[in-house]
Ligand binder design. Structure first.
Ligand SMILES: Cc1cc2nc3c(=O)[nH]c(=O)nc-3n(C[C@H](O)[C@H](O)[C@H](O)COP(=O)(O)OP(=O)(O)OC[C@H]3O[C@@H](n4cnc5c(N)ncnc54)[C@H](O)[C@@H]3O)c2cc1C
Length: 511
């Protein structure tokens, strides 16, 4: 806990991390100012218009909103549930995964028991192994108390032997069938899973989160960003856009002010960085952040990125699908989404039809996310948006066609449904979020090097904290939990978690 008197707080970055941290602190009575570089707040919650419809930049699949999910409880506490419109994903098929090599499709139902029963039915010879494996996933995620908004005793740090070990090894330990081993890793694009590196606890947190039930926004994702911004402004705070922090001035181990691209200067009692730690370090050359620390942060492995195809469908043409669809070419690449070779890419992808207001039988759009490492477009790394040149445009076109070829095989005539199409690359993600290598989920947690993936909330500057996906866990559920951790460094341990749980008990007792 910080022992200095704090009234004003400046947060650098208006993504989900900055906004949730800001909203929690504004509710505690602090005067919060968010400085966001883009014209629209939200980061991964931002949406944009093209061909007259709205497309989302990041947040497509939401875990933790259903039933007694953590993000549901946090939004309830912030009193914003009524300001966001959500739709449940089809509980009978929360995820669909198709393998092209044997043309087999798995339609996986929601809920732990249904998930187990479904796979036991598909792979009867693995009945007991599946039961033990899924229970192990839930046991591992229970070892992270904050994940289910439980207060923790810091003495209880002993973890299961599998907690930090690679998740691919965990699967192989429990499951003998080679195909099933690959199928059970289908959610890897949602956690940046890499063989030998992704710790089992990260894999378990993401898998159990989605197994418990998924939701999606009705309309665009920006509604959550706006609702959070309102909490801040209604509590005397400010959410400023087009204010990229370009310089952080440090004096006597404290940040004295930050300067933005507009030339504005902002001072506060406390600063919170809600951007990638490496991007933050570029804002100051102060020696407080030593060369060794800079090297550690700048050399830390980032998660892989994605090529994204955005499609507007012709009216009443392609049927709406109320769940994410995963697709893989064969049963050998579940752990290889981060690898790229021009001839075989993509190994697979996720495609989704976002839900619009008054969603009918037909989808208005589709987004297809095909994982891709930054190295695939590194040769244009010194270019900026709209100025990457003709060769890059052709490269993108070629990659759109690689994806369309597969979609045409799955849905005959797929291309005939399309009214408009465009794409983004790892470079787009890098420049839009200011995230090195366009990493989808920031710095990777790595079983082989746990220290490199550990990002502390505290920093060498006495009045600077960190928040956001790099600190604890990425995604719609992970980042708000990090926000609680960061805010509690200021207000006191367990204070906010207890308030969130109390607010939920109150609504639960009324129902
Ligand atoms: C393509 C894609 C798809 C995804 N899909 C899902 C999904 O379906 N479900 C899910 O749960 N998660 C998903 N994620 C992950 C999720 O979006 C992120 O974990 C989350 O948005 C991270 O939040 P954050 O606030 O830490 O960072 P960000 O959202 O990156 O926010 C950082 C903010 O800081 C701003 N900023 C950067 N530098 C500066 C500066 N110098 N000054 C001022 N502002 C600055 C950026 O513009 C940005 O708004 C996806 C991510 C991507 C990229």
């Amino acid at each position: 806990m910080i022992d200095k008197k704090i009234e004003n707080i400046i947060i650098i970055g208006g993504g989900i991390g900055g906004l949730f941290t800001g909203a929690l602190l504004a509710k505690e009575g602090f005067s919060v100012t968010i400085l966001e570089k883009n014209a629209i707040i939200g980061g991964g919650l931002q949406s944009f218009q093209r061909f007259g419809i709205s497309f989302d930049t990041g947040m497509h699949i939401l875990g933790g909103f259903k039933n007694d999910g953590s993000i549901f409880k946090i939004c309830n506490y912030l009193n914003i549930l009524q300001k966001i419109k959500l739709q449940d994903i089809d509980p009978e098929c929360m995820d669909q995964i198709t393998f092209l090599s044997d043309n087999r499709t798995f339609r996986i139902p929601e809920g732990k028991d249904h998930f187990i029963a479904y796979f036991q039915n598909e792979f009867p010879e693995e009945k007991e192994n599946i039961f033990n494996y899924v229970n192990k996933l839930f046991q591992l995620s229970d070892e992270v108390p904050l994940f289910s908004l439980k207060t923790s005793n810091t003495n209880e740090l002993a973890h299961d032997e599998w907690f930090f070990k690679p998740a691919d090894e965990l699967i192989c330990h429990y499951i003998k069938d080679k195909k099933l081993q690959e199928v059970l890793a289908y959610m890897n694009p949602m956690c940046g899973g890499i063989a030998g590196h992704t710790p089992s606890y990260i894999f378990a947190l993401i898998n159990t989160l989605y197994i418990k039930g998924q939701s999606r926004f009705v309309g665009s994702t920006i509604q959550l960003a706006n609702a959070l911004a309102n909490v801040i402004t209604e509590n005397n705070g400010r959410v400023l856009h087009n204010e990229a922090v370009v310089n952080v001035i440090i004096e006597d181990k404290e940040i004295s002010k930050v300067i933005t691209s507009q030339g504005n200067e902002y001072s506060a009692d406390l600063f919170i960085s809600a951007i990638h730690p490496s991007s933050f370090l570029q804002l100051t050359e102060n020696k407080l952040f030593t060369k060794a620390y800079r090297n550690r942060i700048n050399d830390a492995k980032n998660t892989y990125s994605s090529f994204i195809v955005f499609i507007k469908f012709k009216p009443n043409s392609f049927k709406y699908i109320n769940h994410p669809c995963y697709l893989q070419k064969d049963y050998s690449k579940s752990w290889k989404h981060g690898e790229y070779d021009e001839h075989n890419w993509p190994h697979g992808f996720i495609y989704l039809t976002p839900c619009v207001e008054n969603q009918g039988e037909y989808a208005s759009s589709m987004e297809i996310l095909a994982m891709m490492p930054f190295s695939s477009c590194e040769k244009w790394k010194n270019t900026s948006v709209e100025n990457r040149g003709k060769e890059y445009k052709n490269w993108k076109k070629k990659h759109i066609h690689k994806i369309l070829d597969i979609m045409n095989a799955v849905y005959p005539d797929f291309e005939n449904h399309i009214e408009g199409i465009f794409s983004s690359s790892p470079l787009t993600i890098r420049d839009f979020y200011n995230v090195p290598e366009g990493a989808l989920y920031g710095i990777a947690k790595d079983s082989q090097d746990l220290h490199s993936g550990f990002i502390s909330i505290h920093t060498k500057a006495t009045n600077l904290l960190q928040t956001g996906q790099n600190v604890y866990l990425h995604g719609c559920c992970g980042v708000p939990l990090t926000a609680i951790n960061t805010a509690e460094v200021i207000v006191g341990k367990d204070i906010i978690v207890n308030k969130i749980n109390k607010a939920f008990e109150n609504i639960a007792s009324k129902e």
